[in-house]
Design a protein around this ligand. Structure first.
Ligand code: PLP
Length: 366
């Protein structure tokens, strides 16, 4: 099998898996218990918090463990129920959380997916929330500029960095971010675990009531093993950001060059500064879903949009927002490589896409 849908989820890193085993089989003590067996678990949690805080450059007490990106996003958005300024291309974790908010403005994006915010009426929005990098097309937003704009206009700034953490360098202090959401399964950690960074000056309210875990803000016995594995995975991938990025850019070029050489008529939706290895292309006159199923028969996993949206057969809100012409929009596919993918795999995927596209064209002529 060739797996190239890493923006949907990633394979657990071996190192992360080994690190978590101990806390499942041996050191399974409850971190809230005072005997040393419990305190071993507590120590492992705090060490993981330190590791993560160091990587994104914040204080340890500014990291809160959650069940993943969706929970972190919900935690932030729902505390600003008066008003949120966000974008049209956010993940549904943000868009559907915003349905509970009184006053929401969804900013447009340009054809490259960059949020258009400069001439916006900002009164009535205590929070601005714009994703770091988009999960469908990979566009990286100018986060420092957006945070500056938010602060200048009296707003707090949140970024859903689920696709960015572990893929590009992030320094929350330098970028002046108030809240940041992350999820382990996007960087070779386990599923169902993530974190929220909240600047201590912002006074994060509690989200889940119960025991005193997570500084009494997110109750419930901690998922110790997954927390440890998340920190291990993040540390591992973060040590290789530059090498990975170089490799991933090469894989992208292989696909683009092969499609061009085969004279496939497509639009590259990931042209500008984007997540390394994420390629969204819209092929003229085909169905992205048909290509996905054809590749599935060849044991190749790619996506026809965002995985979280696989039940929705409509053209995605992101592809609509960047105004991909109708004759191309339906033919959108997303290939998202990780560092484990090889050049050979990129070639096989490209050839499979070309074959599938040409088959669809040929059938149509019959
Ligand atoms: N935000 C973005 C940008 C995502 O891509 C995803 C998952 O695809 C999420 C949030 C949700 O994260 P999780 O699966 O950890 O709940």
């Amino acid at each position: 099998m060739i797996y190239a849908d890493n923006a949907a989820t990633t394979k657990l890193s071996k190192k992360a898996f080994i690190s978590m085993q101990k806390y499942l089989l041996d050191n399974y003590g409850n971190p809230s218990q005072l005997y040393s067996f419990g305190q071993e678990s507590k120590k492992a949690i705090e060490k993981s918090r330190e590791t993560i805080a160091k990587i994104i450059n914040c204080e340890t007490e500014e990291i809160f463990f959650t069940s993943g990106g969706t929970e972190s996003d919900n935690w932030v958005i729902k505390q600003f129920d008066d008003g949120v300024l966000t974008s049209k291309i956010e993940h549904h974790a943000i868009l559907n959380s915003c349905k509970k908010i009184k006053n929401v403005k969804y900013l447009d994006v340009n054809n490259n997916g960059l949020v258009q915010y400069k001439n916006t009426q900002v009164n009535g929005y205590p929070l601005m929330s714009v994703m770091f990098a988009n999960n469908e097309i990979g566009t990286i937003q100018p986060i420092a500029d957006l945070a500056k704009f938010a602060h200048k206009n009296g707003m707090k700034f949140h970024t859903d960095a689920v696709q960015a953490v572990g893929h590009i360098e992030i320094d929350v202090k330098k970028l002046d971010i108030d809240f940041l959401s992350a999820s382990a399964h996007k960087f070779h950690g386990p599923k169902g675990i993530g974190f929220l960074y909240a600047n201590k000056k912002c006074g994060l309210p509690a989200f889940i009531n119960g025991g005193s875990q997570e500084m009494s803000k997110r109750a419930g016995t901690e998922n110790v093993a997954s927390i440890v594995a998340m920190a291990t995975a993040l540390e591992e991938i973060n040590n290789n950001l530059a090498i990975n990025a170089r490799h991933l850019k090469k894989l992208e070029s292989i696909v683009l060059d092969k499609l061009k050489a085969a004279k496939i008529d497509f639009i590259n939706n990931s042209k500008i500064d984007h997540l390394p290895g994420l390629l969204s292309i819209s092929i003229k006159g085909v169905s992205g879903e048909a290509i996905l199923h054809h590749l599935d028969l060849m044991d190749i996993c790619i996506s026809s949009g965002s995985a979280c949206d696989s039940k929705n057969k409509q053209i995605s809100h992101v592809i609509k927002a960047i105004k991909v012409p109708a004759e191309y929009a339906k033919g959108t596919i997303r290939i998202s490589f990780c560092a484990n993918n090889t050049k050979k795999e990129a070639q096989i995927i490209s050839e499979a896409i070309i074959k599938s596209t040409n088959l669809i064209y040929k059938k149509r002529q019959l």
